[in-house]
Design a protein around this ligand. Sequence first.
Ligand SMILES: [Zn+2]
Length: 447
Amino acid sequence: MQNPKNIWIKHPLATLKPDYAGGLVVAGSRIIELVAAGRTPSQPVNEIFDASEHVLLPGLINAHHHFYQTLTRAHPVALNKALFPWLTSLYPVWAKLRPEMVEVSTQIALAELLLSGCSTASDHHYLFPQGLEDAIDIQVAQAQQLGVRVHLTRGSMSLGEEQGGLPPQSTVQSEDIIIADSERLIRRYHDHQPGAMVRVALAPCSPFSVSTELMKMSAQLATQHNVQLHTHLAETHDETAFCQKMFGMRPVDYLESVGWLSNRVWLAHGIHFNEEEIGRLGQAGVGIAHCPSSNMLLASGQCPTLDLEAAGCPVGIGVDGSASNDGSNMITEVRQALLLQRLRYGASDITHQKVLDWATRGSAACLGRDDIGDIAVGMQADLALFRLDDIQFAGAGDPLAALILCGAKQADCMMVAGRWRVRNGAVCGLDIEALKARQRELAAQLI
Ligand SMILES: [Zn+2]
């Protein structure tokens, strides 16, 4: 679909904030005007999108994911296990990944994310077995084709079983190869400019799968190129025990010892912190991607979101997965965050506005962005529009609350950087039935 000139997203049914109750005007890739309730745009428009039956949100931002895992959802070897046994069951399966599998699973994950209201997706890919050296290059091509904004992290594993790590030796790479490829990817794909559609970050997988040296080298390279850093941290008690045994310290102390306590860093999960550690993370401005479904499925625990936020940490939402979710649906993940966090903090502090704020502004802050995650003049035109005519909304009162409480699953329309990428509940230009059939075939080869 062509880039529209001036398009008025007119009179939305509901919005996250009142200042654009009359809608907004998009030109090129950006929002150029907010329209107050009952008003019309101050300048002529070429096209009008009647949003009177749509809830309008900033495009949701997924702060943590593993696209390739859509191939191993509900995999028989991984059922009913906690993180460490779950990982050791799946590593040998994932070691068989081939380029075509990365291509198709990336399309599946991105399409599923788009259809669930997500306009920016972060991915953490850390598997580069022989023949799959170009995994990130493949992901970039798929994201560009579907028009999803992406933050692709060059993941890594360097601490195999022989060095006391968790992953099998065949899935790890040497520090030198990892750093050289990280630098190649930053130079080739990372766009520093506002409005960037592709950014690259560096992401050693976890304390139990990479060497201390690699953590330090990654932090230095990230500073040198001004890119973000990402890893899994404080996900389970097993991990804390591993860090104490292997490094003689708790995960946050380890993070600090390798130069990672900075606002360049965002962490997946961030569950098992003590009060003093939360204070230090907040002081440094470390971001936290809360992944509620994964945390419940693997019985990992509950992220102390409000405490982290009060300390100064940006908090975002990630679907994680998709072998620990086992989906890539962003709007249902927002609902999961509301339900899980209410168990910890009560009903009045965890509102539907709060969890939507995490999934938009909070995730954007984790990714180091100030041009997405909100609806305001000058921001990128990343918009999610949801209809409320499915049966689960019948009789709903507050439309914005209904989106979360009644369990919306699919967006009707999605705009990314001013271009329509989903219309009438379908991804533009994608044969989704053919894609699903390819994914099923490839997944069967991994069972
Ligand atoms: Zn993860």
